[in-house]
Design a protein around this ligand. Structure first.
Ligand code: FAD
Ligand code: FES
Length: 285
């Protein structure tokens, strides 16, 4: 893990309030593993001073120039504008200088080759699932169940389809795909593929519902958590979540940035997770 000073190659709005940014990633793009993230410093002088965490959506190489230089690595992130940091990011132009720390954290375990894999993404939670799908489709058959509030929240589905992933879309208002919750689709798919492994990332209520379904059916589940983070490297403990077996008498905490953000469902204390997501006032700086 290292701090890189790099530049923005593109930064475009792809759906209302959602942006896709490509940055040069010399020396680190190709090292990133599915589920890892970057800490992104939007600017150095004014607030927000702290870096903001973003999942890595895609990595790749720019074609080699005719001047014979080696192909250059890039990384793409998808982000939703929710506050000051992401608002500043949305205004960065091609060539703007940015600083990133990473790739950070523990990514997904690829599971057993050949078994059915079901990926469940809610809104911007689909970000870490693309690199995962790219890796999994080499050895397994992969389905993506993508949920959002409206059609605006459904991103990049055709890119998953190009990987050979079967995709199912549901929206709360029925403006795209099936009307209703993504968990309804999950129940149907698990009826058909009871031995599948599930991978999920999205809002906490969705993750909790997915966990209940998987636990009831004894299906292996990995989740990528988006607990608030300040340092991203295990130094501030602002991102801790309660681990399985946690009690006041014998507290067990897991550091979401270092031991996660991807966890196996059985590592976590689900009774406490939704009520007390990692929260750190300092993260707002
Ligand atoms: C490991 C990880 C990966 C992430 N990947 C992505 C990604 O790929 N794309 C993306 O758009 N966002 C992602 N996030 C969330 C992203 O980091 C926050 O949206 C961002 O930090 C907000 O910064 P801000 O300054 O714009 O907003 P702030 O002013 O810091 O916050 C504005 C609002 O957003 C809420 N918020 C801030 N951070 C989070 C969070 N982590 N989870 C839920 N709500 C939050 C705050 O509570 C507040 O209501 C990820 C977070 C983590 C921990
Ligand atoms: S964000 Fe600082 S320890 Fe995880």
């Amino acid at each position: 893990m290292k701090n890189y000073k790099t530049v923005v190659l593109s930064n475009q709005e792809i759906s209302t309030g959602y942006y896709r940014m490509r940055i040069l990633a010399p020396g680190f793009g190709s090292k990133a593993k599915p589920g890892q993230f970057l800490m992104f410093r939007v600017q150095t002088s004014l607030p927000p001073l702290l870096r903001r965490p973003f999942g890595i959506f895609r990595t790749g190489f720019l074609p080699a120039d005719c001047d014979g230089q080696a192909p250059k690595e890039f990384v793409e992130i998808l982000y939703k504008v929710v506050g000051r940091g992401t608002d500043i990011m949305s205004n960065l132009q091609v060539g703007s200088k940015v600083e990133v720390l990473g790739p950070l954290g523990r990514g997904f375990d690829m599971g057993v080759p050949g078994e059915q894999k079901i990926l469940v993404g809610g809104g911007i939670g689909l970000v870490p699932l693309y690199m995962l799908a790219r890796e999994l489709t080499r050895k397994s058959s992969v389905r993506l169940l993508m949920g959002g509030r409206t059609r605006e929240d459904i991103l990049a589905v055709t890119e998953f389809e190009r990987l050979g992933v079967e995709t199912y879309v549901s929206t709360d208002d029925g403006s795209l795909g099936e009307e209703g919750l993504v968990t309804q689709v999950l129940l149907r798919k698990l009826d058909k593929y009871p031995n599948a492994s599930v991978y999920a990332c999205g809002p906490m209520p969705m993750i909790e519902a997915v966990q209940e379904i998987c636990a009831a059916r004894g299906v292996p589940l990995q989740v990528s958590l988006e607990a608030l983070m300040a340092c991203g490297v295990g130094a501030c403990l602002g991102c801790v979540v309660k681990g399985a077996g946690h009690s006041e008498a014998s507290p067990r905490y897991l550091c979401s940035c270092k031991e996660g953000p991807v966890f196996r469902a059985e590592q976590l204390d689900w009774t406490k997770l939704g009520q007390e997501p990692g929260y750190c006032e300092g993260c707002k700086i």
